[in-house]
Design a binder for this molecule. Structure first.
Ligand code: GUN
Length: 283
């Protein structure tokens, strides 16, 4: 039987520390603020953005919300980002992805001031992560590393298998595990005989986006299983992992909901705090 990795508990632990630092900054006259941009009506994005706003309020971060219509042009969006880049009172800028199809996502990401890029998606920040000299880490992989550390799950020398190679999760996840001296394999849709690879994992991270993708026959006995999936099945939120069958043989497992999700937001709050500290020359 697995031990459940409680993302709510770890997230509360991280947020409490951030909250303390935020109030310390406030006492020095520094107000921390995060601008969140949402373009269009994607229902999942709306929920994520609302949750980010709620977390900001909880922690004493000023949250500025920009809800733009679906037909917003790239130029209009770049114009708003330029204004926010130059606005001293704004410490962090986040543009919720995915963007509508007519807007080029990478152009938008590239336009965010790297010092305010609390997602760590800008090429400068991505490059700095590669060489291990970073201010910000992307929120989801950073949250997963935080959970592993909270539960004293070591990475060094472990076989780590990441399913998924997105810029947001899979690639940076592999890099962070590598930084901690894991032996890392990144799998994707062209990987041959996936179960054979995943069965070698001491730590298995699934970031596929398909319900019931990871089945018991793909998991080694005693493995740590991290489920990044946020899928809807018959209106119910579920991950990538067949929880009921996998939790019988894994040593640790993250549930969905209540696993990785809350950590993503906690790490966003932490990045926003870091941005504010850096911009005010507080180290
Ligand atoms: N869409 C899904 N996850 C994320 C995230 O972490 N940041 C942004 N900006 N958009 C997302």
């Amino acid at each position: 039987m697995s031990k459940i990795i409680n993302g709510k508990e770890v997230s509360a632990f991280v947020k409490e520390k951030v909250k303390t630092e935020i109030s310390l900054l406030k006492s020095k006259g520094i107000d921390v603020s995060l601008a969140v941009i949402l373009v269009g009506e994607n229902p999942a994005s709306k929920i994520y953005v609302a949750n980010k706003k709620k977390a900001c309020e909880e922690l004493g971060i000023t949250s500025l919300e920009y809800l733009l219509p679906e037909e917003t042009t790239t130029e209009e969006l770049l114009g708003l980002i330029d204004t926010l880049n130059n606005e001293k009172t704004v410490n962090g800028i986040l543009c919720q992805l995915p963007l509508p199809k007519h807007i080029d996502e990478q152009t938008v990401i590239n336009s965010i001031n790297p010092k305010k890029d609390v997602d760590a998606f800008h090429p400068e920040n991505v490059g700095r992560i590669m060489i291990g000299d970073f201010d910000f880490l992307p929120c989801t992989p950073a949250g997963i590393m935080e959970m592993l550390s909270y539960y004293n799950i070591g990475v060094e020398g472990k076989n780590c298998v990441v399913i998924g190679r997105s810029n947001i999760v899979g690639k940076p996840m592999s890099m962070l595990l590598l930084h901690k001296n894991g032996t890392v394999t990144t799998c994707h849709s062209k990987t041959k005989d996936l179960p054979n690879v995943t069965k070698t994992a001491d730590i298995l991270v699934s970031a596929v986006g398909k319900a019931n993708f990871v089945t018991a026959d793909m998991v080694k006995e005693g493995a740590v299983v991290i489920d990044v999936g946020m899928n809807r099945e018959n209106g119910k939120l579920c991950g990538d992992v067949c929880f009921d069958e996998v939790e019988k043989l894994s040593s640790y497992i993250t549930p969905v909901p209540g696993g990785v999700g809350p950590m993503t937001i906690a790490m966003l709050m932490k990045n926003t705090l870091t941005a504010a500290k850096k911009q005010n020359n507080i180290f």
